[in-house]
Design a protein around this ligand. Structure first.
Ligand SMILES: [Zn+2]
Length: 223
């Protein structure tokens, strides 16, 4: 479904804990808004391969290779470059901004790119839901789709190969990831909310119900 009541470019900063169904809703949003997706992780990986050598790049490379987050300056640069490829296209950001500093950058990027309408969309679930959903998740190694309600060893309905638990879905890893996410999401939500640019979605329900809530809230917001 393509949205027709929008007359301006819009950027959506999509947030949600692991297990919130963010990935599924992202696909829906991209289609609904006819948007391009900006995933910082993917951008960084590509930029490290394709950007010409520079001081800022080699610094980023060093951090990336040692498993640390790369500098916000580098991220901001590559996001700006990426946006400049897509004139007048709507954008869905995946988990960006993700810190106070990145929020400041995000707003600057919006201003410079003349994207005057943006919202943060938080698909909210609580910690227990995140844990239990992820613990029950298996993925297909061939097509990458994740399934709930199926077990490791069951067969992917599409590819006919056995499903497995993802390595980074191990309980301790997931718990640490979630604990790190929660305060950041809260801080960013509050900040956007103060500006009147925050949409909260109840992610505790089925993907269809979540999608409907997104639709009805977007209608209200004239997105
Ligand atoms: Zn598959």
């Amino acid at each position: 479904m393509t949205n027709t009541n929008q007359d301006k470019t819009i950027a959506v900063a999509l947030m949600g804990l692991p297990g919130s169904g963010k990935g599924t809703q992202a696909i829906f949003l991209l289609e609904k808004l006819n948007a391009v997706s900006i995933s910082v992780g993917e951008l960084v990986r590509n930029a490290l391969k394709s950007y010409p050598e520079s001081e800022i790049k080699s610094k980023a490379e060093e951090k990336y290779n040692s498993g640390q987050p790369v500098d916000d300056d580098f991220i901001m640069m590559i996001i700006k470059d990426e946006i400049s490829k897509y004139k007048n296209r709507n954008i869905v950001f995946d988990n960006y901004p993700f810190s106070k500093n990145q929020m400041v950058d995000f707003k600057n990027i919006m201003k410079e790119s003349k994207i005057d309408k943006y919202v943060a969309l938080n698909i909210e679930i609580d910690q227990e839901t995140a844990m239990s959903r992820i613990a029950g998740r298996v993925v297909c190694q061939k097509c990458g789709e994740s399934f709930r309600g199926l077990a490791a060893g069951d067969i992917c309905p599409k590819c006919n190969v056995p499903l497995v638990h993802r390595a980074d879905d191990k309980e301790e890893v997931v718990k640490n990831r979630i604990i790190k996410y929660i305060p950041r999401i809260e801080e960013i939500s509050k900040n956007f909310d103060r500006e009147g640019k925050y949409i909260r979605i109840d992610g505790e329900r089925t993907p269809e119900e979540v999608r409907e809530e997104i639709n009805s809230k977007f209608d209200k917001w004239n997105i």
